[in-house]
Design a protein around this ligand. Structure first.
Ligand SMILES: O=C(O)c1ccccc1N[C@@H]1O[C@H](COP(=O)(O)O)[C@@H](O)[C@H]1O
Length: 207
């Protein structure tokens, strides 16, 4: 039996962090991308990250951020993993001394094998739908575009929710899933019941 890891992204409130941890999330994501409605400043993210118990990973999400901005986030927030969700190259991702994953925005024609090869230091490749605004769009992409045998742990995201996540896990068998929109009552406001249902959906598919 596999245990698909689960990241809940875009948390902005202490009660949402507590709900995600209580429901069994493996990782919590903080969005450091000012245009996002889920954006948090360093002070808030530090306070939220401080609520995490051992073995729940604090992930910082960035989109084409300046080096100094990422360094400030790493210094001020207890992040354990960086998620680069823009057009960052290998060098731009690898310079912070923390493990990192890289998001690919999937649409027909994208070569995910080449994408993975061009980010050799990434601990995993996150697959998201191609949307305006780089991510968090609640849009599912065509999972048949995922090639067999990617050489890295695969994090599936893009429009996952409690209703489709079991099918997604059964079909793709990713290392992990990542969700934002699908467990919200409004942008940046998580719904504890949806988080619980989402995690139950993953566990149901894990068998
Ligand atoms: O959550 C955001 O606002 C966001 C902004 C910019 C880039 C990525 C963002 N979130 C990530 O997008 C995917 C898909 O999210 P959704 O479940 O479809 O809403 C996910 O990996 C989030 O971490």
């Amino acid at each position: 039996m596999s245990r698909t890891r689960i990241k809940i992204c875009g948390l902005t409130r202490p009660e949402d962090v507590r709900a995600a941890v209580a429901a069994g999330a493996d990782a919590i994501g903080f969005v450091f991308y000012p245009p996002s409605p889920r954006h948090v400043d360093f002070e808030r993210a530090a306070a939220l990250a401080a609520l995490l118990p051992p073995f729940v990973t604090a992930v910082g999400l960035f989109v084409n951020a300046e080096e100094a901005f990422v360094r400030a986030a790493v210094q001020r927030v207890a992040l354990q993993l960086l998620q680069f969700h823009g057009d960052e190259d290998e060098v731009q991702c690898a310079r912070y001394g923390l493990p990192w994953i890289k998001a690919a925005r999937v649409r027909p024609g994208v070569d995910l094998v080449e994408f993975s090869a061009s980010h050799p230091g990434a601990r995993g490749i996150l697959l998201d739908a191609f949307v305006d605004g780089y991510g968090g769009g609640g849009k599912v992409f065509d999972w048949s575009l995922i090639p067999d045998g990617l050489d890295r742990p695969l994090v599936l995201s893009g429009g996952l929710d409690p209703d489709n996540v079991s099918a997604a896990v059964r079909r793709v068998r990713p290392w992990a899933v990542d969700v934002s929109s699908g467990v919200e009552s409004a942008k940046g406001i998580k719904d504890a019941r949806l988080i619980t249902a989402f995690i139950a959906g993953v566990r149901n598919a894990d068998g």
